[in-house]
Design a protein. Structure first.
Ligand code: CMC
Length: 379
C-alpha cells in the first residue's frame, strides 16, 4: 500500500485515548488525572496516588483505608512462589526474576473473570501488594538467605525497605522512597505501558499484562537507564572530568544515560523533584560525592545537549536516592516496576473499558514473489 507514512517508534502517532496522565513536554508539566505531580509529591502517598491513577478519583478516607488494608493483607506470597524463586540462578538479573514471578501469579488466580469488578479490585491489590515482596525476596534468596515476611505494622514503603534491608527504615527515608514511587507511578504511553495495553487488548489476565510490561521496562533505553547512570557517574569519577567525558561520549556517538526524553524538551519535572529529594537525603544522612559528579555533568551538558532539547530525565537522579537508601544497583529497575505497576494497571482497566485488539499494519519491505528454490540449487 502506498501513501502510508512510516513513523519509526510510532513517534507522534496516537495509539489510544487516555484520561490517566498528561505531559506538557515544552513546559515540563506532568499531571496524573489532572493533578500536578508537584502537588501529589508534596501531599499524597504512593498508595493514594495508585488509587487515583487506577480508579480516576482521589479516594475518600474510608476508600483509602480499605485499599491500604487490602494491600497489607495481600503482601505475602505463596511458599510455592518463594520455592520457585530459590531455583532461579543467583546471578540472574532481578528484572528477569520479577518478570517470571509476576507471570507466575497468573497460575494461582483464575483468568476468566476480567469483567467482574471484584476480580479486578483483587488483582490490582494483589499485584501492588506482592510485587515489592517478590523483589525483596529475590534479593535475600540470591544472597543465600530466606526471605523475610512483611510486617503488618509498617506502611507500604517502610515495609518494602524493611524486607529488603532487614532493618526498619528511618521514617524520612521511607517517606522519600514513597515519593520516588509516586514520581515513577505513571507516564502515559511509554514503551512498557504500551506493551501492557497491547497485552491487555487480547483479554489475557492482568498478571500476564504486568509480566509483559516488566520485560519491556527492563531495557537500557527505558527503566534500565537508572542502573547505567550510576555506572557512568563512577566512571567519570570527579566533577572536573565531566566536560571531557561528555565530549568523548558525544564524539563516539554514545548516549548519555539519564538524559533525553521523547516527550520532554526541558528538564524532566520528575528529575527536578528527585534532585530536591537527593539533597534532602544528603542533608540528613550524609553527602555522596557522586552527586557532585552528577551536578557537574548536568552543568556541562547544558551547552552541549541543551540546544537539542536534551536534559536530565527521571533516571538521572533516582539512582543517587536509591544508593543512599542502601538499595543495590541492579534493583533500581525492579523498584521502578514496583511503582509503575500502578500505571500499568490503570491502563489495563482503561483498555478493557473500550477494548479493541491492537493490530497495527506494517509496510512490507521484503522480496516480491519468488519461485521456490530446491535445496541443492541454493548457493
Ligand atoms: N545523549 C546524547 N544524545 C542523545 C541522547 C542522550 N541521552 N538522547 C538523545 N540524543 C540525541 C540522539 O543522538 C539524536 O541525535 P541526532 O538527531 O543528532 O541523531 C537525537 O538526540 C534524538 O535521539 P533519539 O534517540 O532519536 O530520541 P528518542 O526520542 O528516540 O529517544 C530516549 C529517547 C530516552 C530513548 C533517548 O533520549 C535515550 O536513549 N536516552 C538515554 C537513555 C535514558 O536515559 N533512558 C531513560 C528514559 S526516561 C525513563 C524511561 O523511559 O524509563
Amino acid at each position: 500500500r502506498t501513501g502510508i507514512e512510516l513513523r519509526p517508534g510510532l513517534d507522534g502517532v496516537p495509539a489510544t485515548q487516555s484520561a490517566i496522565c498528561d505531559i506538557d513536554g515544552e513546559q515540563g508539566l506532568l499531571t496524573y488525572r489532572g493533578y500536578p505531580m508537584q502537588d501529589l509529591a508534596a501531599n499524597s502517598s504512593f498508595l493514594e496516588t495508585a488509587f487515583l491513577l487506577i480508579w480516576g478519583e482521589l479516594p475518600s478516607r474510608d476508600q483509602l483505608a480499605e485499599f491500604e488494608h487490602a494491600v497489607q493483607m495481600h503482601r505475602r506470597v505463596s511458599f510455592r512462589v518463594r520455592d520457585m524463586m530459590k531455583c532461579f540462578p543467583a546471578s540472574g538479573h532481578p528484572m528477569d526474576a520479577l518478570q517470571s514471578s509476576a507471570a507466575s501469579l497468573g497460575l494461582f488466580y483464575s483468568r476468566r473473570a476480567i469483567d467482574d469488578p471484584q476480580y479486578v479490585y483483587d488483582a490490582v491489590v494483589r499485584l501492588i501488594a506482592k510485587i515489592p515482596t517478590m523483589v525483596a525476596a529475590f534479593q535475600l534468596i540470591r544472597k543465600g538467605q530466606d526471605p523475610i515476611q512483611p510486617r503488618d505494622d509498617l506502611a507500604y514503603s517502610a515495609n518494602f525497605l524493611y524486607m529488603l534491608t532487614e532493618r526498619e527504615p528511618d521514617p524520612l527515608a521511607a517517606r522519600i522512597f514513597d515519593r520516588c514511587l509516586m514520581l515513577h507511578a505513571e507516564h502515559s504511553l511509554n514503551a512498557s505501558t504500551f506493551s501492557a495495553r497491547v497485552t491487555a487488548s487480547t483479554l489475557t489476565d492482568p498478571y500476564a499484562v504486568v509480566a509483559s510490561a516488566v520485560g519491556t521496562l527492563a531495557g537500557p533505553l527505558h527503566g534500565g537507564a537508572n542502573e547505567d547512570v550510576l555506572a557512568m557517574l563512577e566512571e567519570v569519577g570527579t566533577a572536573e572530568n565531566a566536560g571531557a567525558y561528555l565530549d568523548e561520549a558525544m564524539a563516539a556517538k554514545r548516549k548519555i544515560m539519564g538524559f533525553g526524553h521523547r516527550e520532554y524538551k526541558v528538564k524532566d519535572p520528575r528529575a527536578v523533584i528527585l534532585q530536591a529529594l537527593v539533597e534532602e537525603m544528603f542533608a540528613r544522612f550524609g553527602h555522596d560525592e557522586l552527586y557532585d559528579v552528577a551536578v557537574a555533568i548536568e552543568r556541562e551538558a547544558e551547552s552541549r545537549l541543551g540546544p537539542k532539547g536534551i536534559y536530565p530525565n527521571v533516571d538521572f537522579y533516582s539512582g543517587l536516592v536509591y544508593r543512599k537508601l542502601g538499595i543495590p544497583r541492579d534493583l533500581f529497575t525492579p523498584v521502578f516496576a514496583i511503582a509503575r505497576v500502578a500505571g500499568w494497571l490503570a491502563h489495563w482497566r482503561e483498555q478493557l473499558g473500550a477494548n479493541r485488539i491492537f493490530r497495527p499494519s506494517q509496510i512490507y519491505s521484503g522480496s516480491q514473489l519468488r519461485a521456490w528454490m530446491p535445496i541443492d540449487e541454493r548457493v
